[in-house]
Design a protein around this ligand. Structure first.
Ligand code: AMP
Length: 621
């Protein structure tokens, strides 16, 4: 993909390490200068670069303001919100619910891409263009090249989405120092880690996404306790509410087809956004829509109260997410010491008031809510390149990670909400005699059985020494790095034979899906417990039956006929129970088998003891 030409590259220019907020609506860079993080804006221009790419008929794509200007004239070749597509499949995107004027298709790998002028564009390529625009902006501001960067992503981004962000940076020629969660960056921008101790809530309402994160600060160490949010909720929805007003007002006056025309929808969106922004300042504003091509010039006054009534339910949804995050972190509202507002939509007075009411304290609004994330990323970039602010960054993984074990149960290796980076190692063994390979299925989710979780990938450890069942020792290590990339390694201890996988799932997860998976775990907890127990009992029955089968004949002579009869009946019942699913039946069969096999075990134990002492004097034993 070599056609992203960085014709601005000039090797003599000084090189800087910046923080970049690659946002859904806007992107920007910040740099640590004069002892503090500062956003990079060329003289007379805003720091933000709209995250919009326009592909003209000829020549290189336009990025930022230039591209945004084309949204109205040529909506089908102008991509906004490319971030939503990163690392996602078409099925994840919900395009029926939230249609876009450009054409989204699916690649062979079932990942979303955009068709523009007969060519398929991956979201990574589109984001790379946005990053290129940000770098040019940064260079115009500083005269320096961006060498490497800390780039932020939403806390709920999964591995695929984080990897897609790295790929976008690579395409743009940026070395990624670290991928950092946006709420973490925002807290850094406010220097909250310097407070020593406390709990921070970061409420981030941008153009298209909402998330809330709860962070703890202890001894200057910074941790994300829980995150929650909604990938489909933001200022765009506020705009959409006003577009609804426009559509209602125009229904009688214009042909129905116009109301669905992409150019009309874009114009209405922009008019709605202007009106919304004005309402953050004034108690009343005009919703003013002009479409010269259709001889349309329409306006309607909207009061702040009217607007607040429209967006009230949307704001309430964000508060619900906050409550859920608190619940997850096992915190009360009163435990939160600081509240930080991030994202342009937190300028809406009703949003600020709602957040203040919920947390019972005034949120931090001292820094520009559009700049805080980039500023925090710059702080982190400064720290990573040897700067002095001593901060340890930690985040959490939103869903548990584990592997499928025999019978389809899940062995959880990393629990959800574990602080990353983290790793966990556990020993596993083979189930069958002479087994020389193991296939590992890496799963994600809160359910007890692998079939109910999301499979992230499989890999095989081959070349195991053929040993009796249960004798092989295989260490499995899950390592989740600071960027949320998962490496699973399996190693047979005696031979050192190993295999590993780095997880980069084909499909991303929507926030709703994450939530769905959490809720499913909760909802099915009882039933899952039973099903898991049945699976474990089936496995146990298998092992017990194998052992009894191996040893019964040789020990038969030492057992009385009644014992043998009872054992054989118990074996038959156990064989039958291996295909039964009701917990009491299976549990009963297992208990009965254990009971009935005790005399056999005693005989075998005797044998073992005899073998051990054979040829030895009593005092040698
Ligand atoms: P972000 O994704 O953080 O850049 O946020 C962009 C969102 O903030 C867009 O939906 C903007 O319309 C919205 N926004 C920016 N300024 C204001 C404002 N003064 N009042 C209300 N919304 C705003």
């Amino acid at each position: 993909m070599g056609y992203i030409e960085l014709d601005v590259l000039n090797n003599d220019a000084p090189r800087v390490v910046v923080g970049i907020d690659l946002g859904t609506t806007n992107s920007l860079a910040a740099l640590w200068q004069d002892g503090r993080p500062q956003v990079l804006a060329p003289e007379g221009l805003p720091a933000t670069v709209p995250s919009v790419v326009h592909v003209p008929e000829e020549g290189n794509p336009l990025v930022g303001h230039a591209a945004k200007g084309r949204a109205l004239i040529d909506p089908t070749h102008t991509v906004f919100s490319a971030k939503r597509l990163m690392g996602r499949g078409l099925a994840d995107l919900d395009l029926d619910q939230a249609p876009v004027p450009y054409r989204v298709t699916e690649s062979e790998r079932k990942l979303a891409q955009v068709e523009l002028r007969g060519k398929q564009w991956t979201p990574q390529e589109l984001s790379a263009w946005i990053l290129t625009g940000v770098m040019e902006h940064a260079k115009a501001a500083t005269g320096a090249e961006v060498a490497s960067a800390v780039i932020t992503v939403p806390a709920y981004f999964d591995d695929a989405q984080r990897q897609a962000t790295r790929d976008a940076a690579r395409l743009a020629g940026i070395e990624v120092l670290r991928i950092v969660n946006e709420p973490t960056a925002a807290s850094l921008a406010y220097g909250l880690e310097q407070k020593g101790e406390g709990t921070v809530a970061v409420y981030d309402l941008g153009g298209g996404t909402f998330d809330v994160s709860l962070l703890s600060i202890e001894d200057g160490v910074f941790q994300v306790l829980a995150t929650n949010g909604d990938t489909r909720l933001g200022g765009d929805d506020f705009d959409q509410a006003l577009v609804g007003l426009a559509v209602d007002g125009l229904r009688e006056r214009v042909p129905a087809a116009l109301l669905e025309d992409p150019a009309f929808l874009q114009a209405a969106r922009l008019a709605a956004e202007r009106c919304k922004i004005a309402l953050s300042r004034d108690p009343e504003a005009d919703l003013h829509l002009t479409l010269p091509d259709h001889d349309l010039d329409w306006r309607r006054a909207v009061t702040r109260e009217e607007f607040e009534a429209l967006i009230g339910p949307l704001i309430e949804r964000t508060l619900q997410s906050c409550r859920r995050a608190l619940l997850d972190a096992d915190l009360e509202v009163g435990d939160v010491d600081e509240v930080v507002l991030v994202g342009g939509s937190t300028r809406v007075p009703a949003v600020r008031a709602a957040v203040e009411r919920l947390f019972g304290r005034k949120p931090h609004t001292e820094l520009n809510p559009d700049h805080v994330v980039a500023m925090g990323a710059a702080v982190q970039a400064h720290v990573l390149t040897g700067g002095t602010r001593d901060v340890l960054l930690m985040d959490v993984t939103p869903l548990s990670l584990g592997i499928e074990t025999i019978g389809g149960a899940v062995a959880k290796m990393i629990e959800r909400n574990s602080t990353i980076p983290c790793s966990h190692k556990e020993g596993f063994t083979t189930y069958a005699d002479g087994q020389t390979g193991i296939v590992f299925n890496v799963v994600q989710g809160e359910r007890e059985l692998a079939e109910d979780c999301r499979s992230l990938g499989r890999f095989e450890l081959k070349g195991l020494p053929p040993l009796p069942a249960g004798m092989a020792r295989v260490g499995v290590r899950f390592a989740l790095d600071a960027d949320g990339m998962l490496t699973v390694t399996a190693k047979e201890e005696s031979t050192g034979q190993s295999a590993s996988i780095e997880i980069q799932p084909m499909h991303g997860l929507t926030d709703d899906e994450v939530e769905g998976m959490l809720e499913a775990g909760f909802e099915h907890a009882r039933e899952d417990f039973d099903r898991r127990r049945v699976v474990e009992l089936h496995t146990e029955l298998g092992t017990m039956l194998l052992a009894i089968g191996k040893n019964l004949e040789s020990a038969r002579g030492a057992l009385d006929p009644e014992t043998i009869a009872e054992l054989e009946e118990a074996v038959a019942a156990a064989e039958a129970a291996r295909s039964q699913q009701e917990l009491p039946t299976v549990q009963g069969a297992r208990d009965r088998l254990e009971q009935a096999s005790l005399p056999l075990a005693a005989v075998l134990m005797d044998g073992v003891v005899k073998q051990a002492v054979e040829g030895k004097r009593l005092d040698e034993v």
